[in-house]
Design a binder for this molecule. Sequence first.
Ligand code: NCD
Length: 309
Amino acid sequence: MKHFIDTKDLTKEQIDDLLRLSEVVATNPREFESKLKGRVIATIFFEPSTRTRLSFESAIARLGASNISVENANESSSAGKKGESIEDTIKMLCGYADAIVMRHPDNDSARRAVAVSSVPFVNGGSGSFAHPSQSLLDAYTIWKHRGSLDNVKIAVCGDLKFGRTANSLIKLLSKYNNTQVWCLSNKGMEFTDEVFDFMKQNNIPYTMCKGFADIPADVDVIYQTRFQKERAGEISTKDFVDLTITNKVMERFGPKTIVLHPLPRVDEIATEFDSDPRAMYFQQAANGIPTRMAILVSLLCNDKVKSEK
Ligand code: NCD
């Protein structure tokens, strides 16, 4: 694995290796303290981020590497000030860092970056297209809960059109057997044709739902997402039906149904549900550390990954 761009590009074997390595990292963190000692990793974020940036930076610190970082790169970097291209920004960073983690609002930003990057590149979120490191931590959370990523029944809810996390996760789960998907969103917020075509081509059965009652009670995962106001622009939400997850909504689901959310949450999961054992979103966010450590180790110590297990 040279770069980490899109879950579509990963093989099942690569994902399995990353999940196993994440587990090794989570159980023996001290063994990784100096793994990337002497390396410098750049994190450059052209869109707001709390979890992704901070967990990558925490992962970098926990691996003994140094971090150079630009947040609000739109304002504070040359790209923002003078319209520097993604290509020039990346070429320049390759001279400063041994790996680059970038978040950018353009869907094709990660592909453009890897076309010129001579160092491992990690997509920290590209427009509404992909968020592969989020998907890895989502998958790790599901895998830890169920012991397998085969036969996953997942309901994806909320803003499926502009959000990048649900479609990225389905593309990851498509590598495993018998993934089944239920889609619940407001009118106009459905997955794009690209995602429906992907599911058809990969024989992933999906069901369009009108409400939570259309989701089977034994679904493994309810993956709730936030309305992506910043990407949706002027779309009116006044006719939206309420798709908030509440204690009442969750009454019909069994004890094994977990609720995930990439966070940040606005109001699409009522805080009353946070104390329910099925509410896994904060644990999910914490899983960003071992999984992002695993991504960086895999990219920067390629030949050593297998002996780590
Ligand atoms: C998500 C993102 O940026 O796509 N957040 C994250 O990385 N945890 C989801 C979101 O912003 O709604």
